[in-house]
Design a protein around this ligand. Structure first.
Ligand code: BG6
Length: 482
């Protein structure tokens, strides 16, 4: 059997992690522009350390420092995209998943008219992609909402942000209706409770009841997602809109039924945002959980109708690692992955950053998701961060990366052979970029090496790693030769 003939092979990036040009062509500040370089995160204390405070924001607004705020400089994709797209094309990419920075189109989120320079930038980017037969998959919100909305409204905590987001999305649909068919609403929508500021613009130290606020923000994002799904279908006939979930596949730590139950509960909470976007309603078990936790979400009957009438067309997800759960946390050794902390599986190795490597978990995830949703799936993030070494000849011998991807592709193909409808696969990330969680460059994901260090020093030259040629072969043979 194998993969479908039109399988969308490619890579995924986000505007705030690659573009740089943070103050160019009318762009406003986004929440990503105030995220500082934090290489030594203890993820167990993640919320405290990454959780941006009002004081941090005030300091950042006054600063023009691009060493301290690495997402302001990215890898200069803003200016170098023709070269980067040419390299993706050389690898044979059929698709590139990228995001549109809201702040390039509406710098504070509240303007009534879009910024023409921002639209023009993405218009030329998409034109170049089509010239190279690279189909865009566009994320509308990838950890980069306008900072002004975080400050004024506490981000998605406020219902008024829904219509501002709708305005932004409609401007994109109208401007790019002939360029983009595949759209994703919110990147890793489940992440609101992990990093409320980057994901939803919520400033924790200005928020009284954080948990309640986070779930209210979730609700606003669900309604916004449904409304823009509707708008997209109306403005671009034939368009496909997907949700995007961090697939945090969890296993019971043992066959003790109490461990099985703990794991089941973890998975239920992980699925819930995708459940709402696919089934158009909240799962009863989650509503019960809200009651128990005294979480009272304001939702109107009209909201519920909007959700029900506008489910997504397909389901996408990121997959990096799996974890284990137990009824008693003392039974677990903890491990981490960017913003995630969970039980370590003794059967599996971890990366330099502690992320559990579990290719079979990818197959399990695909089978679970397809069985649950019966919608076409797409893997839109998967990859490993590693410390690569650039030789004096400008080579990178990253056999560990090839090994990682090969194992994941083998399992992905087995899932497809078992009947999963899989539209495509985009690696995170095809080119080295600034890390979302730590803002490091040295945690490298790409098939393409970018000569830039954690402080932004370097020529920014691009070099092909060994994995570049390998991925090119995989795409050429549609996964037959791994
Ligand atoms: C996902 C995000 O959570 O993980 C990406 O959608 C991110 O934006 C990726 O870059 C890898 O995480 P990190 O923190 O290593 O960059």
């Amino acid at each position: 059997m194998g993969l479908r003939k039109d399988f969308l092979w490619g890579g995924a990036i986000a505007a705030n992690q690659v573009e740089g040009a943070w103050n160019v062509d009318g762009k406003g500040l986004s929440v990503a522009d105030v995220a500082s370089y934090k290489p030594n995160i203890d993820v167990k204390d993640y919320r405290k350390q990454i959780g941006v405070t009002q004081a941090d924001i005030n300091e950042a607004i006054e600063s023009t420092d691009v060493e301290k705020y690495p997402k302001r400089r990215g890898i200069d994709f803003y200016h170098r995209y023709p070269e980067d797209l040419a390299l993706f094309h050389e690898m044979g990419f059929k698709t590139l998943r990228l995001s549109i920075a809201w702040t390039r189109i509406f710098p504070t989120g509240e303007e009534t008219e879009p910024n023409q320079a921002g639209l023009a930038y993405y218009k030329s980017l998409f034109a170049k992609m089509h010239e190279l037969n690279i189909e865009p998959i566009v994320t509308l919100s990838h950890y980069e909402m306008p900072l002004a909305l975080a400050i004024k409204y506490n981000g998605w905590a406020d219902r008024r942000v829904i219509s501002l987001f709708e305005r932004f999305c409609k401007a994109c649909f109208n401007a790019f209706k002939t360029d983009v068919k595949y759209w994703l609403t919110f990147n890793e929508i489940d992440s609101v409770t992990r990093h409320p500021f980057t994901s939803a613009g919520i400033i924790p130290d200005q928020t009284e009841n954080l948990l309640q606020t986070e779930y209210q923000a979730f609700h606003h994002q669900f309604v916004a997602s449904a409304l823009v799904t509707k708008a997209c279908h109306e403005i671009i006939p034939g368009s496909q809109v997907g949700c995007m979930l961090t697939k945090l596949t969890d296993y019971p730590n043992s066959s003790d039924p109490r461990d099985v139950l703990a794991s089941l509960n973890k998975n239920t909470m992980n699925y819930f945002p995708a459940d709402v976007q696919v089934f158009g309603e909240y799962p009863p078990l989650v509503l019960k959980y809200f009651k128990e936790q005294h979480i009272n979400i304001e939702m109107t009957p009209a909201d519920l109708t909007i959700l029900k009438e506008n489910p997504v067309d397909f389901v996408t997800f990121s997959y990096y690692m799996s974890m284990v759960s137990s009824y008693d946390e003392n039974n677990l050794t903890l491990t981490t992955g960017n913003t995630i902390v969970g039980g370590k599986n003794p059967h599996l190795p971890v990366t330099e950053w502690g992320w559990t490597v579990d290719p079979v978990g990818l197959r399990i995830s695909l089978l679970q998701l397809y069985d649950r949703y019966r919608k076409p799936l797409m893997i839109v993030e998967n990859g490993m961060g590693a410390k690569d070494v650039l030789t004096p000849e400008h080579q990178v011998h990253d056999d560990y990366r090839i090994k990682y991807f090969r194992a994941h592709f083998e399992e992905m193909i087995k899932a497809v052979d078992a009947g999963v409808d899989l539209l495509g696969y985009t690696s995170w990330a095809p080119i080295d970029l600034v890390s979302a969680s730590t803002s490091q460059m040295s945690k490298r994901y790409g098939f393409i090496y970018v000569d830039e260090d954690d402080l932004g020093h370097g020529s920014l030259n691009r070099y092909r790693k060994d994995s570049f040629k390998w991925y090119q072969k995989v795409i050429r043979t549609n996964g037959a030769d791994l």
